[in-house]
Design a protein around this ligand. Structure first.
Ligand SMILES: Nc1nc2c(ncn2[C@@H]2O[C@H](COP(=O)(O)OP(=O)(O)OP(=O)(O)O)[C@@H](O)[C@H]2O)c(=O)[nH]1
Ligand SMILES: [Zn+2]
Length: 292
């Protein structure tokens, strides 16, 4: 049978049967004892008795996150608050690049709708929706928008990401009381400079699907991509960029740049373009250091 590892602990992998929800204790032997396995791995496994089984094979990973280390995450819920704390759109755009480049579908989720004045961040919301992203406005406190959020989480493997205090734990708890996120980072230096590793776990949802219990993308370094690839993660820039005079246009100061023209005409939101330029600068700087 095929199951998914939801926890690894004490030399055992705990494998969940997606059909029944039953969790098996799986032993690793033979060459699989050496092979790297990750929480989230889909595995073939043979039952030995009513509770235990043996891992036979790790199936190819569709995605792989490093911090936290989890395989086969399908989507990232990028949680921000309308206020308390105010949203940081540059951080949101960074998360959008990170998740898309890891082949993880981003879902933007703005919480604390109950505290928002009507129309707050309407323009930004439209910008993200027109670019093609899902943008949910919710309140963990009043329950607004939670049915739609549930529909997005149901039957998917999701990691949450977002700054402290935006309500990540509150949202999960509102969806399923008792569900708790870990707050400490997966790996951190102790006072003695030793690493303690927190266990990562996948938490099953009653509505189907799983969530990673540790917020993702703790490293905010942009992926090591060629500068020309960055615009692929800004869909509204990529679309217009096809019309630039030079096919390798980076949309900085090149003549005949359709992107800069669209920004000047208000067809591409200026804040998105500015974040694109900041990230492009970081990637170019890294390239420069690599080759110097
Ligand atoms: N008014 C209002 N307050 C909320 C809402 N959601 C969460 N809060 C409050 O915001 C604060 C932070 O919520 P948490 O769920 O701890 O936020 P978090 O993102 O998990 O924070 P970290 O654990 O630091 O990452 C708490 O005081 C919550 O009660 C909401 O929808 N509306
Ligand atoms: Zn251009």
């Amino acid at each position: 049978m095929v199951g998914q590892i939801i926890r690894i602990h004490g030399g055992f992998a705990f494998v969940r049967d997606p059909d029944t929800g039953k969790v098996w204790t799986a032993l690793r032997r033979g060459k699989l004892a050496e092979e790297k396995i990750l929480v989230g791995d889909l595995v073939e496994f043979s039952p030995l008795d009513e509770e235990r089984g043996v891992l036979e094979k790790v199936l190819p990973r569709k995605t792989e996150l490093y911090r936290p280390p989890v395989a086969n995450v399908e989507q990232a819920l990028l949680v921000f608050a309308f206020t308390e704390p105010d949203p940081n759109f540059k951080l949101l755009d960074r998360f959008l690049v990170l998740s898309q480049s890891a082949k993880i579908k981003p879902i933007i989720c703005f919480n604390k709708l109950d505290l928002a004045s009507p129309g707050l961040y309407q323009e930004e919301r439209r910008a993200y929706e027109e670019a093609g992203f899902v943008f949910l406005a919710v309140s963990a406190k009043t329950g607004q928008g939670l049915e739609e959020l549930k529909r997005h989480l149901s039957h998917r493997v999701t990691v949450l990401a977002g700054p402290s205090g935006v309500g990540k734990s509150s949202l999960l708890n509102a969806i399923q009381p008792g569900l708790k996120l870990q707050t400490a980072p997966v790996s951190r230096k102790t006072g003695r400079g030793r690493h303690t590793t927190r266990l990562v776990e996948l938490l099953p949802l009653d509505i189907g699907g799983l969530v990673v219990d540790t917020p993702g993308f703790t490293s905010l370094d942009l992926p090591d991509i060629p500068p020309a690839s960055l615009s692929a993660y800004f869909p509204e820039i990529a679309r217009v960029g096809a019309g630039c005079r030079f096919s390798d246009c980076l949309h900085q100061a090149e003549p005949g740049c359709a992107v800069r023209e669209a920004v000047a005409e208000g067809k591409i939101p200026r804040f998105r373009y500015q974040h694109y330029l900041v990230f492009l600068g970081e990637i170019l700087e890294r390239e420069r250091r690599k080759f110097s």
